[in-house]
Design a protein around this ligand. Structure first.
Ligand SMILES: [Zn+2]
Length: 178
């Protein structure tokens, strides 16, 4: 296998791992990760609801010291945000701390709070990032998540009526005659 065939192969493994979270992780995305060092898999993980650690972190923990100089294959862009009900530190921190050499992911995370930010931060830290292989399969796997995370924002009543008096303008003609 040449390099891009190898990338495709390991990303396929990551996608298969991701699918193990099927039906358990929504509204989070299904994510699988594989750590490869010198041609062998030294760590694997997937996002599961009952274990709130993300796939990348689980795979890196399994790899231990072998993660140094390794390649991380992950089905979705590693996250770079915290807060908003999120319980974990961002995965990019763990990847950078492990001194991984290269990250290969299928697609960017369409979550507006990530959306390329994870990839950019990894590159800034000197890690080689390749993105785009098997992206169609990865997007199809997380179709429901993508729909959910990119839905238009819902207006609440305080946005519709910033001032209670402005309700007056919504009076019906009948109201005006009273
Ligand atoms: Zn993450």
């Amino acid at each position: 296998m040449n390099n891009s065939e190898l990338d495709r192969y390991y990303l396929g493994l990551a996608l298969a791992l991701a699918a193990e979270g099927q039906g358990k992780v929504f509204p989070n995305p299904m994510v699988g990760a594989v750590v490869v060092k010198d041609g062998s898999v030294v760590g694997r993980g997937f996002h599961r609801y009952d274990n709130i650690k993300h796939a990348e972190v689980l795979a890196l923990e399994q790899a231990g010291n072998l993660a140094k100089g390794a390649t991380v294959y992950v089905s979705l862009e590693p996250c770079c945000h915290r807060g908003g009900g999120k319980r974990n530190p961002p995965c990019i921190n763990a990847i950078i701390a492990a001194q991984v050499e290269r990250v290969v992911c299928c697609t960017a995370d369409p979550n507006p709070r990530v959306d390329g930010g994870g990839i950019a931060a990894l590159r800034e830290a000197g890690i080689t990032v390749s993105v785009g292989l098997l992206s169609e399969a990865a997007r199809k796997l997380n179709e429901k998540y993508i729909k959910y995370i990119t839905r238009p924002p819902v207006l609440n009543l305080t946005q519709i009526y910033p001032d209670p008096r402005s309700k007056d303008s919504f009076r019906t003609p009948h109201d005006r005659h009273r």
